[in-house]
Structure formats: C-alpha cells, structure tokens
Design a protein around this ligand. Structure first.
Ligand code: CP3
Length: 319
C-alpha cells in the first residue's frame, strides 16, 4: 500500500521544494522518497515512488496535481470519439523515469529488502480519466458504462495495453513483485465487475510472466471475493472491513493475504496499536500473510505510531 508521503517530515521537506510530479519524474528524488519508509519505519519492502495515474499522462492525457485538490485531468475522456486523443506510448521514452528510479532503488538497497512495482487496473484508472479527477459517485463513467459498454471496453483495452508495457518495463528495471491496485472495482456489482472490469484486468495478468509475484488489491471487495479467488495472482490485498479469518473462509482456497489494519487505527494510542497488531497476527495465522494497512497511510499519522506498528509486528509472535 502507499507508505511514503506527507506523514513523513523528510517527505514534506522535499515536497516543499518540488511538486509531486517533479518528485516522481526525478529518479534521484523519487528513489530517496522510496527509501524513506524503509529507513525510517523499517518496513520489509520498498514500493517504488510513482503514481498509478502516470501512464495516463504518458498516453497524452494532461495530468495535474493541484494543492489540496488531488489529481485532475482537465480534458477528461468521456466517449468513444475522445479515445483517439490517447496514444500507445513508447514506455521507455515516456515512463523511463520510473524504470530509472527502480534501478537506483535496487542498487541503493543492495538486497536489504525487495522492491515492489505497481499499476492501477484499467477500471480504476478510468474512474480518474473519465471523471477528470477524484469522485464519489462516478457519474460520467457510470453513464458511459450503461450507454456504450463496447466503447468503454475499447478505452479499458487501450489502458490495459499500456499497463502491460509499463509493468514489463518495471520488471526489467528490477521490480521483484507487482501490486495491481483496483481501488474502485468494488463500486461495481458482481455482474458488472465481471463484464466490464475483469476482461482488461485479465489481459494484464495474462500479459505478465508467471514468475513475477503478483499482489491484487481491492477496496470494498466482499461481494466479489469468490471471483477474486480465481485471479491468477499470488496475493490478495484487502481493506480493513472484514477480519482476515473471514476473508480466508470466503475465498475457499489457500491464498496469501495482505492487509488489513484500518489506516485510521494509526491515529490512536500506541497501546491500542500494539493490541491491534497482536490481533492482526492472530487473524492472519493459518496461511500466508503480509501485514499491511488496508489502504494508504493518512497524512496526519504520527510517525511514532507507524513505527510502533511496524515494531509490534516484527517483534510479535504469530500464534
Ligand atoms: O508509498 C508510496 O508512496 C508509493 C507510491 C504511490 C503513490 N500513489 C504516491 C502518491 C502509490 C502506490 C500510489 C497509488 C495510488 N495513487 C492509488 C491506488 C492506491 C490507493 O490509494 O487507493 C490511487 C487511487 C492513486 C491516485 C492518487 N494519487 C490520488 C487520488 C492522490 C491524491 C490523494 C492524496 O493523498 O493527496 C494521489 C497523490 C499521491 N500519490 C501522493 C503520494 C505520496 C500524495 C502527493 C502529495 O501531495 O505529496
């Protein structure tokens, strides 16, 4: 999950001098930010500092990160005819900075912890590209999905194509596992997730080598969980809404789970964080478990609390 960012003073210091996209696009800086949580918190893996939306910019969609406003696409893609404005980029040329960051991070880590690469699913990318930014109700994307599902499928397919090239480039640069974020897949019903979001996702998963471990993350996925059990991935990463024991029961097949502390729990007292860490280790027992938050860390998280969580997990005993 997202582990770098504004809760770290060392990140805020760099951010005060560079905007977010500039940080992403300057490999020496992006590598430094990638390593911050490893050095400060002692986490057991690095996730490359980049963003799921960068490949959309590489395809020709103007992308802005405005203060307090989150990401914005000033020229959203809202129908079939607009798809023509997107290109199939040469990823080496347009996203090579991410590959350089991965190379730098690998070399600086020198095997200390593995490096995770990542991308968003076509559906989750489309929520931003079609709405023009973050949304709660996704009216433009939903309207398109009911009005012209075949046209939307063309867009999602184009996003899948670029994602495959982008992820292959990350593997070549040295990513040792890949995480695929479907943050907004859970807003769809089972039938519509299967019909709309799953085909372009499967295209990506099938376009990647079997040997690279794949982690699939979805928020709000309980109504889809048996479908996720069929994905060709090694790890399912889930939010905090269900205990891991219940997730395992619903999956119906052995699968490594990643998660799932509520990020808001890190805002509470350390004693409570330690109790929750012990509970999480107990919940995850009985199968592979990568301890993680259930979503990105909140900017107001006290760094001491994040450290206490990592230490409690690393010193804890799996029952
Ligand atoms: O640990 C890491 O930081 C790894 C890099 C990473 C970022 N974003 C950096 C980032 C990763 C893995 C992501 C994933 C991402 N980005 C997702 C999927 C996971 C999730 O959170 O659901 C999504 C949906 C995005 C899109 C995105 N990027 C949004 C909606 C925002 C604004 C929200 C916010 O917190 O301001 C971003 C910005 C962003 N991406 C920041 C970081 C560190 C904050 C930028 C800043 O202002 O400094």
């Amino acid at each position: 999950m997202r582990q770098a960012g504004r809760y770290l003073a060392e990140y805020r210091e760099l951010r005060s001098r560079h905007d977010f996209l500039e940080l992403c696009k300057t490999p020496e800086l992006a590598a430094r930010v990638t390593l911050q949580p490893v050095d400060i918190l002692g986490v057991d893996a690095a996730i490359v500092f980049a963003d799921i939306l960068l490949p959309l910019e590489a395809m020709g969609a103007e992308l802005r990160f405005e203060k307090g406003d989150g990401p914005r696409f000033p020229n959203p893609i809202r129908d079939r005819s607009a798809i023509a404005s997107l290109s199939a980029p040469n990823v080496e040329r347009s996203l090579g900075y991410v590959f350089s960051t991965i190379r730098t991070v690998r070399s600086e880590l020198d095997g200390r912890v593995p490096v995770i690469g990542f991308a968003g699913t076509p559906w989750t990318l489309a929520t931003y590209l079609v709405e023009g930014g973050s949304s709660r109700t996704f009216p433009h994307l939903m309207a398109w999905s009911y009005r012209d599902p075949e046209g939307l499928a063309i867009l999602l397919d184009r996003l899948a194509e670029t994602s495959i090239e982008y992820l292959l480039g990350q593997i070549e640069a040295g990513a040792q596992a890949l995480q695929i974020f479907d943050t907004w897949g859970g807003i769809l019903s089972r039938e519509r997730w299967q019909a709309i979001a799953l085909p372009p996702l499967m295209r990506i998963l099938e376009g990647l080598p079997d040997e690279i471990p794949k982690i699939f993350y979805m928020r709000n996925c309980w109504h889809l969980i048996d479908l996720l059990a069929d994905l060709p991935v090694e790890v399912l990463s889930v939010d905090w809404r269900l205990p891991l024991r219940e997730v395992r029961r619903r999956l119906g097949r052995p699968m490594t789970l990643q998660g799932n502390l509520d990020p808001a729990a890190l805002l509470g007292p350390v004693s409570e964080i330690e109790a929750l860490a012990a509970g999480l280790l107990a919940e995850g027992a009985g199968g592979g478990h990568i301890v993680n938050l259930g979503h990105g860390i909140l900017p107001m998280t006290p760094v001491e609390n994040a450290k206490a969580f990592v230490a409690a997990i690393q010193n804890g005993r799996v029952p």
